[in-house]
Design a protein around this ligand. Structure first.
Ligand SMILES: *Cc1c(COP(=O)(O)O)cnc(C)c1O
Length: 422
């Protein structure tokens, strides 16, 4: 289910602010932190309540037989049947559309992976070739290289840092390109505007998994992508208590994704949509905090002898930093390190000694997390460890920095690094 926007309202009804945004001579464009507060709050959905209330409904009633027979338009924002959503889900979809410049609408899915799978199935048909970035989120890679095969769709991984081989990878049958930046776990930033421009020139659809930066940190459609996907489970939810995904796109692809999601019965619960809306209101603030905290911790880790590499493109001079500076408008608290040598059991000692970092998948919540990773298994085009590194430096740890005090987090990591050596 999805929704395209109508004039949005903030605390009070007013003119269509989307037009105001594009008319900067007359009005100051509203900043992202203002927009996350206002987005999706139409008075007809919220009533006197500030945040859209939870509309639980599978059945939407019609007034009489004529109303029923007349056929309500299968259009956004019309009561029809629960699977098409109700104001809580509509408000979330509309808010996400407002935050993604260039989007005509947003479709919601029950998880980020569901968003990726449904978008790929909506875009691809038998006989097509999909180019998939080699550092994609592992389930993306699994869908692309595994499940799509049964539909006679061929996925080919490519090195996102090598534009020439990317360009050469296209063939007559290449229908779509699946991008992600920074790459999962290893954090390489690729030149999305260039990759998307090449894809467009070759007649392929570019799909970006924009979960790391979110639309606040990387306006994907403005940078040339056709479809921008987020796992809302991460930054938007922000409290590690819901799962959801989204895909935002311009008119042509929004219309197709919306129809495909109806065919596939994709719907999200109004309770989760309300939680996601609640999370969204503080997202700009949380991202700002986690970005600063992650930078401080990443810098500190650079000075530690136990750490061979800090994979954090937000750090000055780090791999990917130039592109990050050029293309991104914000960061987040997710980055990785690679230990200097060390054994798997030493890394396990480090992880076990952490007190403030939970060990668990996911990220983007208010609490800090850590996981070990060894990307060799999920890379076929990019070498791991990279050729320029000492070969024994290969054991990774990914951190998601939450909202705890930075000094406390630093001292926790410090004591865990000490414990690793015991
Ligand atoms: C977590 C994640 C997803 C999947 O989202 P879920 O909501 O967990 O299904 C997709 N892409 C990236 C980069 C992720 O980190």
């Amino acid at each position: 289910m999805g929704l395209r926007p109508r004039p949005a309202q903030g605390n009070r009804p007013r003119e269509d602010w989307r037009n105001q945004l594009s008319d900067s001579d007359q009005h100051t464009p509203r900043k992202p932190s203002t927009r996350v507060v206002e987005a999706g709050r139409r008075p007809e959905w919220t009533g006197a309540a500030v945040n859209p209330p939870v509309w639980r409904a599978s059945t939407h009633l019609y007034t009489d037989a004529k109303d029923l027979a007349g056929g309500r338009p299968n259009a956004d924002g019309h009561f029809y049947y629960g699977r098409r959503g109700a104001p809580t889900q509509w408000a979330l979809a509309e808010a996400l559309t407002e935050l993604e410049p260039g989007a005509a609408g947003t479709v919601l899915y029950p998880s980020g992976v569901a968003a990726i799978a449904n978008v790929l199935l909506a875009v691809l048909k038998p006989g097509d070739v999909l180019l998939v970035t080699d550092n994609a989120y592992e389930p993306t890679r699994n869908i692309a290289l595994g499940m799509l095969k049964q539909y006679d769709i061929e996925a080919r991984p490519f090195d996102p840092l090598d534009l020439t081989s990317f360009e050469n990878a296209f063939c007559e049958r290449t229908r779509a390109v699946m991008l992600e930046s920074p790459g999962s776990l290893t954090m390489e930033v690729c030149d999305i505007p260039q990759l998307a421009a090449i894809a467009r020139e070759k007649g392929a659809v570019s799909i970006l998994d924009n979960t790391w930066a979110s639309s606040l940190g990387f306006p994907a459609l403005e940078r040339g992508c056709d479809i921008s996907i987020m796992s809302l489970t991460k930054h938007v939810g922000g409290h590690s208590d819901l799962m959801m995904g989204s895909a935002s796109a311009g008119e042509e692809w929004y219309t197709k994704l919306r129809l495909a999601s109806q065919y596939m019965g994709q719907v999200v619960s109004p309770d989760d949509a309300a939680l996601a809306l609640r999370g969204l209101r503080t997202m700009a603030l949380r991202l700002e905090h986690s970005t600063q905290a992650a930078l401080e911790i990443a810098r500190w880790l650079q000075g530690r002898p136990e750490v061979a590499h800090v994979l954090c493109p937000m750090l000055d001079g780090a791999p990917g930093n130039a592109l990050w500076q050029r293309d991104f408008t914000g960061g987040c608290g997710l980055f990785s390190i690679v230990l200097k040598g060390r054994s798997v059991s030493q890394r396990a000692r480090f992880l076990d000694a952490l007190e403030l970092f939970g060990l668990g998948y996911s990220w983007g919540g208010f609490e800090s997390l850590a996981i070990p990773f060894d990307p060799a298994r999920t890379r076929s085009e990019m070498a791991w460890p990279p050729a320029s590194w000492d070969a024994e430096d290969r054991l990774g740890v990914r951190f998601s920095i939450g909202l705890e005090d930075v000094a406390d987090l630093l001292s926790d990591i410090g004591q865990a690094l000490d414990a690793m050596e015991d």
